[in-house]
Write a protein that binds this ligand. Sequence first.
Ligand SMILES: NC(=O)c1ccc[n+]([C@@H]2O[C@H](COP(=O)([O-])OP(=O)(O)OC[C@H]3O[C@@H](n4cnc5c(N)ncnc54)[C@H](O)[C@@H]3O)[C@@H](O)[C@H]2O)c1
Ligand SMILES: O=P(O)(O)OC[C@H](O)CO
Length: 357
Amino acid sequence: MSSQPAQPSAVGARELPANITVLGSGSWGTTFAKVIADAAVERGDHDLAVMLWARRDDVAAAINERHVNPEYLDEIDLPESIRATTDLKAAVEGAEVIVLAVPAQHVREQLHALKDALGEDTVIVSLVKGLERGTDERISEICASELDLDPENFAVVSGPNLAMEIARREPTATVVASASEQTAAKIAKLTNCSYFRPYRNTDVTGVEIGGVVKNVIALAVGLCDGRGFGDNSKASIITRGLAETTRLAAALGARQETMAGLAGLGDLVATCASPLSRNRTAGRFMGEGYRADELSSVMRQTAEGVKSVSAVVELAHRMRVEMPISEAMNAVVSGALDVESLATLLLARDLKSEASS
Ligand SMILES: NC(=O)c1ccc[n+]([C@@H]2O[C@H](COP(=O)([O-])OP(=O)(O)OC[C@H]3O[C@@H](n4cnc5c(N)ncnc54)[C@H](O)[C@@H]3O)[C@@H](O)[C@H]2O)c1
Ligand SMILES: O=P(O)(O)OC[C@H](O)CO
């Protein structure tokens, strides 16, 4: 037996990364930073630093000075180990893990701005549940095209994860998916704490598609609320919504069982059931008569389904997949269909066997 001390591993003496940056200090970005900070404390890691990039000076100042984010997470005390800055380059300098928590339509410009500061082995983690309009690309595809990122250095975290519930430490599970089992395991360990349980998966496409399309289906469920329809209508939309999500995911090469898991059915149920959901709320406002371009007057936060629905439908056309609920929602969002006509259109197609789709 050798008496030599164990050599540090290739990633250094630490098993897990110590420098994490979260881009976007909205509800989920701030909450996810808190999850990482709480997880570090629970495993006795007191050296881990979490940097939050904020767009606004007042948000960064509130996080640094008062350890709160009153704009997005009122009443929640943040760990003091979370620091914030509005300087993007400084935020990503030396980061081993960069977490994307900005709306999907702004991911590419963010990546473009940080490209030169990125380390060779930096892992990018997406929390984003949207498709880019114009290209119909998922965030993993944008990372590959914009950063030439090795897919093994990409992970997506998605599941029934309403930010406010997690910020209040209410228990939830999620999925961390990466083409690399090792990367998924690393991000799972980094985020695992007493109230947040990540499951690993290698089906990146399935996990991304589940998160994107559930937002569109939640708009439709919200419309039912706005029109005064009850639970039969909503359960029908949720169930048929899962069927069309699964068709699209399968056409893109994802695994069907991913859609039956936390990032598919789990997230769909949470979003469609919760009054906290911005997508369901956006749908309710539209059901009450607001146009999509009027939503910003009644809602401050991102409802990704409104922004992504046209890209979902374009992608479905390209893949020759039938998505009648998404089609109907796209027509409402674009103003081509009024909500009074929607009820019949949402579920109206040629009669067929349930098993055939
Ligand atoms: N809130 C949740 O419960 C939740 C849970 C899981 C996933 N998500 C997903 O996470 C992503 C972020 O959501 P969120 O809830 O944190 O959104 P949010 O609306 O609360 O915050 C968005 C953040 O992005 C920033 N931002 C807005 N426009 C920007 C731009 N042009 N450039 C750069 N930054 C910009 C805002 O300043 C803010 O910090 C979305 O894709 C959402 O679907 C949200
Ligand atoms: O508030 P929503 O509708 O953006 O949904 C938040 C999360 O995605 C739920 O998992």
